[in-house]
Design a protein around this ligand. Structure first.
Ligand SMILES: NC(=O)c1ccc[n+]([C@@H]2O[C@H](COP(=O)([O-])OP(=O)(O)OC[C@H]3O[C@@H](n4cnc5c(N)ncnc54)[C@H](OP(=O)(O)O)[C@@H]3O)[C@@H](O)[C@H]2O)c1
Length: 306
């Protein structure tokens, strides 16, 4: 039995026997993709929130091999799975579409089936790229996704659809995020900081909009939603915005104290193999719960050496 959550219009807060998660405490969580950029920061955040965290990644667990995941779950029983395992090379997916779909769509389905078979809840990370990015006002979680503008987005949307076909909504929380950065992966903040340290000027695209999201901020939002027993689709992004990559880069350079001039340019000046959505701002619906992106950026720059 579900009742609408008073503060979260786009998803529901449970009041069923499955509210094992609502207390948040002593829940055993399996974090898939634990060695990735998000996963590396997420474990500590979830532990701080009271979860017992088990991490798994390749080669120990391959989500595209059902027996690999089943064997791990048999050996390490848990209450909840957080799937951050993914093929995340956006440009690479254009030439390796099959591989992207194998991991992001079939792999996600394998995870959902394992959860269904064991009566576990699943939180799954998805992306703004499931939207075409053609709406200046951005997207709320209840907006129907698609059509994506690139192969990565199509594979992630296929993953969302696959897990929704396998698991009932009261066992599932899809958390879409965007413009993610963290200490343990290649990211825009480090790239801009590195370039700005050695150049007098930089041109950065000023016609794609979104909100920067720090990995720890994303983990905190997901932990909070799970603790509340939220289900359905949520947009879990940094607070404030939307901004363009140019604005973000200008802020990175200013906060890092680098004497580099940041200049705006159009996407056409930087052709990439994969098309990017222009206006894919994920409006969260819970703005008060998101830390301002600028505060997160400042903390990140300080902790990573600027
Ligand atoms: N990065 C962003 O800007 C961004 C934006 C929006 C949404 N997201 C989503 O956020 C989530 C986390 O992204 P991230 O940036 O942390 O990605 P990431 O650093 O690439 O981490 C993904 C992890 O999944 C692992 N993995 C790949 N294939 C696997 C498989 N078959 N079985 C098990 N593990 C596998 C990867 O291992 P290998 O490295 O060995 O392949 C990697 O450790 C993903 O769902 C992504 O789509 C990311």
């Amino acid at each position: 039995m579900c009742s609408p959550g008073p503060r979260f219009p786009h998803f529901r807060v449970l009041s069923s026997p499955h509210t094992i998660l609502t207390a948040g405490l002593f829940v055993r969580l399996l974090l898939l993709g634990a060695s990735g950029m998000f996963g590396s920061d997420a474990a500590a955040v979830f532990r701080e929130a009271g979860y017992e965290v088990l991490g798994a990644d390749l080669p120990e667990v391959d989500i595209t091999r059902p027996s690999s995941l089943a064997d791990f779950l048999d050996a390490h029983p848990c209450d909840l799975v957080l799937n951050a395992a993914a093929y995340t090379n956006v440009d690479g997916a254009e030439d390796h579409r099959e591989e992207a779909f194998r991991i992001n769509a079939f792999g996600a389905e394998v995870v959902a089936r394992a959860c269904r078979d064991r009566n576990l809840a699943l939180a799954h990370i998805s992306t703004d790229y499931v939207f075409p990015g053609a709406r200046e006002a951005g997207y709320v979680p209840s907006d129907p996704p698609g059509p994506p503008v690139n192969a990565y987005g199509a594979s992630k949307l296929a993953g969302e659809e696959a897990i929704r076909a396998v698991l009932p909504e009261d066992r599932l929380l899809i958390c879409r995020t965007q413009w993610l950065y963290g200490r343990h992966g290649k990211n825009f903040v480090d790239t801009i900081r590195g370039l700005a340290a050695s150049r007098a000027s930089l041109s950065v695209v000023n016609d794609q909009w979104g909100v920067p999201t720090h990995t720890a901020e994303l983990a905190r939002q997901i932990a909070r939603l799970l603790t509340l027993g939220a289900r359905g689709v949520a947009h879990t992004v940094g607070g404030g915005g939307p901004i363009t990559w140019f604005t973000f880069a200008r802020e990175i350079v200013a906060l890092a104290g680098l004497p580099c001039e940041v200049l705006p340019c159009s996407s056409e000046a930087f052709p990439r193999p994969a098309k990017r959505p222009r206006h894919a701002w994920l409006r969260s619906g819970v703005p008060a719960d998101a830390g301002p992106w600028k505060d997160s950026l400042l903390s990140y720059l300080r902790e990573s050496g600027s």
